[in-house]
Design a protein around this ligand. Structure first.
Ligand SMILES: C[S@@+](CC[C@H](N)C(=O)[O-])C[C@H]1O[C@@H](n2cnc3c(N)ncnc32)[C@H](O)[C@@H]1O
Length: 243
């Protein structure tokens, strides 16, 4: 059976951002979060460092550090950073984002699709707080319930209280002392593109390389289409500390 890290690498080959966000949405979120003056970025749960690479490519003054547990993703991302000529500004490290010790605060901390590592959205924001420079922004992306989870949603492994509806999700963030200064709710088209890319890239690769991966793609596709399509939403918030 094909291993998890290889599945993830192949599944994201046509959609390197591991979240349901289009290239335009990522660019707009980065532009709002970096603004004119923010220089140093930190990405907690960076995978291959795709957010950092895009930030550095579009903002020539930006430097960044990314941390992820996935050694293979860090190795691939480090190669890509070198090839893109960004190695003097970006560094990826293998490590646990919950225990990250950095030598400088960040002007912008990113953590998209990695809230499970910290135990949810609010614990992620608690963890981020210690890394923030003055006037810093946070870009955090996580799920919410677009509609009530069905029995089929719960049957594919989600917990009802894992997420809340969008308004409640944002209220909780605000109540925890954060000010949303921008945000993006992934559209149905962004979700479909992400899931078709994930399942389709893996299926395409499996047909040529390892037939056992066809079942992995089919299972993911079925869980998406039957379990959470139109039920699970994804919101990416740009936040600043309110006080
Ligand atoms: C869904 S991916 C998102 C990757 C990236 N932020 C993006 O949007 O493309 C979640 C990432 O979190 C990483 N991760 C999970 N637990 C972690 C931890 N404790 N420390 C660092 N990274 C972690 C996984 O290895 C994975 O690469």
């Amino acid at each position: 059976m094909v291993d998890r890290e290889l599945v993830s690498a192949v599944a994201h080959s046509h959609h390197p951002i591991a979240a349901p966000l289009s290239d335009a949405s990522v660019a707009r979120l980065l532009s709002r979060a970096i603004g004119a003056n923010r220089r140093h970025l930190l990405d907690l749960g960076c995978a291959t460092g795709e957010w950092l690479m895009r930030a550095a490519a579009s903002h020539p003054h930006v430097t960044g550090v990314g941390i992820d547990l996935d050694e293979a993703a860090i190795a691939r991302g480090t190669d890509a950073i070198r090839t893109a000529g960004l190695a003097d500004r970006l560094e990826l490290r293998v490590g646990d984002a919950r225990e990250a010790v950095l030598d400088r605060p960040a002007d912008c901390v990113l953590s998209v699709g990695a809230a499970h590592a910290f135990g949810g959205l609010l614990p992620t924001l608690d963890a981020v707080r210690g890394h923030l420079a003055d006037r810093a922004t946070v870009v955090v992306g996580d799920g919410f319930w677009e509609s009530e989870p069905t029995d089929a949603t719960l049957a594919v492994g989600f917990e009802r209280d894992e997420y809340a509806d969008l308004a409640t999700t944002v209220d909780r963030v605000v109540d925890a002392g954060w000010a949303p200064v921008y945000g993006h709710v992934s559209t149905a088209a962004e979700w479909d593109d992400y899931e078709w890319s994930w399942t389709g890239s893996l299926t395409d690769w499996a047909l040529d390389n390892d037939a056992s991966a066809i079942a992995v793609a089919a299972r993911h596709r079925s869980e998406w289409l039957r379990g959470y399509r139109g039920v699970l939403g994804f919101v990416t918030l740009v936040l600043r500390r309110a006080e």
